[in-house]
Design a binder for this molecule. Structure first.
Ligand code: MSP
Length: 660
């Protein structure tokens, strides 16, 4: 029989060498779901990857003297390494810089343009010239650039727009008819009431102000802006729009996109609208999980070692970290990440409840039966209750997992772990062993405990990829029929006469006081390093600024590369929507050029007309306000931003003259 398919995705990550435990949360949860579905016999496709385009990456790469691609290549290695450390079992890793993805995005863009869902217009926003970035009113901080804190100006840029507004009613209808579509339910109401009902605006989907992105094939100079590029990954990864789209036909629509709450809007509104425009089915479910916070605040690696997943896994092991993330925080809600809670969970749930259960069971089988698992013969009064609980746990876990309520699933499993420990206390093997006549009862009790551990070991598999094997090794269980998911629904699967063997402690107990003190010291050390780095960076910036003020010496050959010319300003007009710019027409002998200049604060429109100005003449032309600007009018600038244009002593000097 053909397996049923299950397609699950994480968001694609912005390349960063600072992925913290909060980033890992989403991927660990998705991985757990993928593992669960595989165990249930599904043909799973689990996709993750990186979202590599955009101005930010372009800038970071430039600051490191690297091409954006070389920079992201480097970061992606680290991200893949982290996923290996966290045992993330993805089937495919997509990079938005992959050729096939770029081609698909271009194809989608063209199709939407051809059918009228994308149209050309202009984008108006607040522009920060030094950062070369547009911001919405909303993004500004006290009316200034949110990145550098400097003044911004209202500018227009030519852009392609996606007709998002056209799909608003269809999306509302879809959400209302499919209450399962966006989970948890509260997110659906939030989208409908806060975004859809007030009305959607068309979305700017191209930019001309930077270059690092997928080029719009039919309009050079434009690159596809962020979301059309990023969201398409979910179908381009399956070969949509390529010669071989068999994976797409097999796996689409996605069964679930797992995303953080801040990107739910893009996934539940923009993505469905794009899919509707492409006439493709919508994903079955979007799950918007909550955020991991630290002391109620946003997580960032600058908080120190405490949130570095590599450090945490090194210290406590990957299974403990995965368990903590999924047990401590209800998926869908925000949760506090806290070392004390982590150590508490490791000590109580893992070391005490599960670890101890396994080690004392194996220890007793060794001690009372020479290491050979005995046959279950004489029933004890406590058997039925344990059996009933063990056999009903799987169904409860399945129900919770279908809803992605990971913590509920773990609570059910740990109820069984604790019930099994209680069974040991009830049957008291250490007393039974003293009476030869009770040997059969003792054997029965230990068999029951071992069988319950077998069931537990299978149920924890999606969450903890390494612990089950360690348990099986100790109980001498060969993975296969005895560890299949459905085997947890049958009692008595363990064959008697298995040879058990005590192994390593599954979860060593942690000395809370000592550990917290060590962690605090580590955090302080890391904060001190951060501070030192910050002051080093400030020093470097200061030195750079000094270097800017006194540039390195250049040779006459370098200087000769700059062509300076005298030109006559024949027009100088204000630019609609810009506080700083003047649009000048400058005449060089017979030639006239448009040159934009940020001098409106000093010179009124028209004031420069007739003046001779000095122009950097062979500067690469650049698009400003939707029009090309050819050159730069030179100005003197004092420290307070006051400007004065450079001119010739003879005010009628021939325009077009060179400067040497
Ligand atoms: N590139 C976009 C996603 C595009 S998907 C078509 C993006 N990338 S991201 O790197 O910023 O975030 C990746 C995921 O990490 C998001 O789902 C985000 O919610 C999640 N997290 C980042 N910090 C987090 C926490 N502190 N806690 C939980 N998850 C958080 O967004």
């Amino acid at each position: 029989m053909e397996k049923e398919k299950f397609y699950i995705t994480t968001p694609i990550y912005y390349p960063s060498d600072k992925l913290h435990i909060g980033h890992s949360y989403c991927t660990v949860a998705t991985d757990t779901m993928a593992r669960y579905k595989r165990l249930r016999g599904y043909d799973v496709m689990f996709l993750t990857g990186t979202d590599e385009h955009g101005q930010k990456i372009e800038r970071i790469a430039a600051s490191q003297n690297m091409t954006p691609k070389a920079y992201t290549d480097k970061i992606v290695i680290g991200i893949k390494e982290l996923w290996r450390t966290l045992c993330i079992s993805y089937d495919k890793f997509i990079r938005t810089t992959d050729d096939y993805h770029v081609k698909t995005v271009q194809k989608i863009f063209k199709q939407l343009y051809d059918q009228g869902d994308i149209y050309k217009s202009s984008y108006e926003g607040w522009y920060c010239t030094p950062c070369e970035s547009f911001f919405t009113e909303h993004q500004l901080v006290d009316g200034k650039c949110p990145d550098c804190g400097r003044d911004v100006e209202l500018l227009k840029e030519e852009s392609y727009f996606f007709r998002l507004s056209k799909y608003q009613d269809r999306i509302i209808k879809y959400m209302e008819e499919n209450p399962e579509f966006l989970q948890p339910n509260t997110r659906q109401n939030e989208m409908i009431n806060n975004f859809l009902k007030p009305g959607l605006e068309d979305l700017a989907v191209s930019r001309t102000s930077f270059k690092w992105g997928v080029p719009v094939e039919f309009d050079p100079g434009h690159i596809v802006y962020v979301w059309v590029d990023a969201l398409s990954n979910y179908i381009s990864a399956l070969g949509y729009g390529s010669e071989d789209d068999s994976l797409f036909r097999k796996y689409w629509p996605a069964d679930v996109h797992v995303v953080g709450k801040e990107i739910v809007r893009f996934h539940s509104i923009i993505w469905p609208a794009m899919l509707m425009a492409l006439d493709l089915p919508l994903p079955k479910k979007i799950f918007g999980h909550g955020w991991l916070v630290i002391n109620g605040g946003k997580m960032s690696k600058s908080v120190g070692n405490v949130v570095d997943p590599n450090v945490l896994v090194d210290k406590y092991g990957v299974d403990a970290i995965r368990y903590f993330l999924l047990r401590e925080i209800a998926f869908g809600q925000d949760g506090n990440f806290n070392n004390e809670a982590l150590i508490q969970r490791i000590n109580s749930d893992l070391a005490n409840d599960l670890g101890n259960l396994v080690s004392r069971t194996v220890g007793m089988i060794e001690k009372y039966f020479g290491g050979t698992l005995p046959q279950a013969r004489t029933a004890t009064a406590f058997d039925e209750d344990l059996k009933a609980m063990a056999l009903s746990t799987t169904e409860k876990v399945e129900n919770a997992m279908e809803d992605m309520f990971f913590s509920d699933a773990l609570i059910e499993i740990w109820n069984l772990v604790r019930r099994t420990n209680k069974y040991i206390d009830e049957t008291q093997p250490w007393i039974l062993c003293k009476d030869e006549e009770k040997k059969a009862e003792l054997a029965n009790a230990l068999y029951h405990v071992a069988e319950s551990i077998r069931i537990i070991s299978v149920l924890i598999e999606p969450f903890m990829p390494n612990t089950p094997q360690k348990i099986w090794k100790q109980l001498c269980i060969t993975p296969g029929d005895m560890t299949a998911w459905d085997s947890t629904k049958t009692w008595g699967v363990l064959p008697a006469a298995l040879k058990v063997e005590k192994g390593e402690t599954l979860f060593p107990r942690i000395d809370m006081k000592k550990e917290l003190a060590e962690l605090e010291a580590a955090i302080k050390a890391s904060q001190a390093t951060n501070l030192a780095n910050q002051s080093k960076q400030q020093q470097e910036k200061k030195e750079e600024a000094q270097e800017d003020a006194y540039p390195a010496e250049i040779t006459i050959d370098d200087f000769c590369k700059v062509q300076l010319k005298v030109g006559e300003v024949i027009e100088s007009n204000a630019v609609e929507g810009s506080k700083k710019l003047l649009r000048n027409v400058v005449k060089f002998a017979e030639e006239e050029r448009v040159i934009f200049s940020g001098i409106k604060g000093t010179y009124a429109p028209g004031e420069l007309v007739g003046k001779r100005v000095v122009v950097a003449y062979n500067l690469k032309p650049r698009k400003m306000m939707g029009e090309m600007s050819y050159g730069m009018i030179l100005c003197a600038e004092d420290g307070d931003g006051k400007l004065s244009i450079l001119t010739t002593d003879d005010k009628d000097f021939a325009s077009g003259s060179g400067i040497s």
